[in-house]
Structures are given as structure tokens and as C-alpha cells.
Design a protein around this ligand. Structure first.
Ligand SMILES: [Zn+2]
Length: 157
């Protein structure tokens, strides 16, 4: 899905990505309190990652999952190292390659890949389920729990 928009000559062919040094990409802690604040800062600049050929390199360099990164990296908005928003054309192939673990080939293996924000290995791919979005924790989860009929199902976890 690349190349759908015509490239602007020169824009992305420098020795670093167009976002380099922009404070709205690596957002200082004192500029936001909630995930929604962070997204409000980052979403208006996320488009800059569209067409960017440095997305995979950006993620390799920042290692957002390990560093607990907050901000925009590689076409995605990260909150404490977890992806909360992504451009529609982002692809898992831009994430770091899968680390093969003993748990591979199971749901646990898939979750381990997901927590590390890396690609799923072929054995884990069938077990992949999207993780909870941290932004949802801030409001929607409470609302959903209120809607549960009765408490009979509370032993689900
Ligand atoms: Zn695996």
C-alpha cells in the first residue's frame, strides 16, 4: 500500500526522517497527563509518518516498547511503549522481527510477541488477538462493566 500518494521530491530523502527534532513526536512528560492528552498532541502530526520510508528504522532506533516511549514513532502513537493509534497503512512488517520463545505456537507466545510489540512468528500468527487499548482503560472499560447484566459472569477472569 505504499506509493499511493506522489512523493514530494526531497522531503523524505534527507539523512533523517521529516519529524527529526520535532517536540510533538517525542512528547515531554510535563505536557500531558492522560493518554487522551498525549493523543491530542500527537494525532495532528501523525500524518507526517504517512509515506515515510523511515518507519521501520524509526521503530528500530527508538525501540518504543522497551523504552516505554510516549509520542509518535514509525506511523504510530505510543503510550508508555504500547501502540494506541496507528496510521491505516502501517504494517506489522515495520515492527521488529519476532523473537522465538519457548511459548511460541500458543496464545501465550502470541501475547509475548504482542507485549514486546514485535512481529508475530508464523507459529504464533494463528493465535494473535489484538491487545486492550490503554486508552480504553481510561474510560470505556468502566462503562462496559456497568453494562454487564448482573454479576454472575464476574468470575470470567
Ligand atoms: Zn512465536
Amino acid at each position: 500500500m505504499t506509493g499511493t500518494r506522489s512523493a514530494q521530491p526531497g522531503t523524505h530523502f534527507t539523512d533523517h526522517a521529516p519529524c527529526w527534532g520535532d517536540p510533538d513526536f517525542a512528547v515531554a512528560d510535563n505536557r500531558w497527563k492522560s493518554g487522551e492528552d498525549l493523543v491530542a498532541i500527537c494525532e495532528p502530526v501523525l500524518y507526517v509518518c504517512g509515506d515515510c520510508q523511515y518507519r521501520a528504522a524509526c521503530i528500530r532506533q527508538v525501540v518504543p516498547a522497551k523504552s516505554g516511549f510516549d509520542g509518535v514513532c514509525g506511523g504510530r502513537i505510543w503510550l508508555n511503549g504500547v501502540i494506541v493509534t496507528a496510521l491505516p497503512d502501517t504494517d506489522p512488517s515495520e515492527l521488529p522481527p519476532a523473537v522465538i520463545r519457548k511459548s511460541c505456537g500458543s496464545a501465550a507466545g502470541s501475547r509475548a510477541h504482542r507485549r514486546a510489540v514485535e512481529q508475530q512468528c508464523p507459529d504464533c500468527e494463528p493465535f494473535y488477538r489484538p491487545g486492550p487499548n490503554p486508552l480504553d482503560d481510561e474510560d470505556e472499560c468502566d462503562a462496559q462493566q456497568l453494562e454487564l447484566p448482573g454479576v454472575a459472569d464476574s468470575a470470567k477472569e
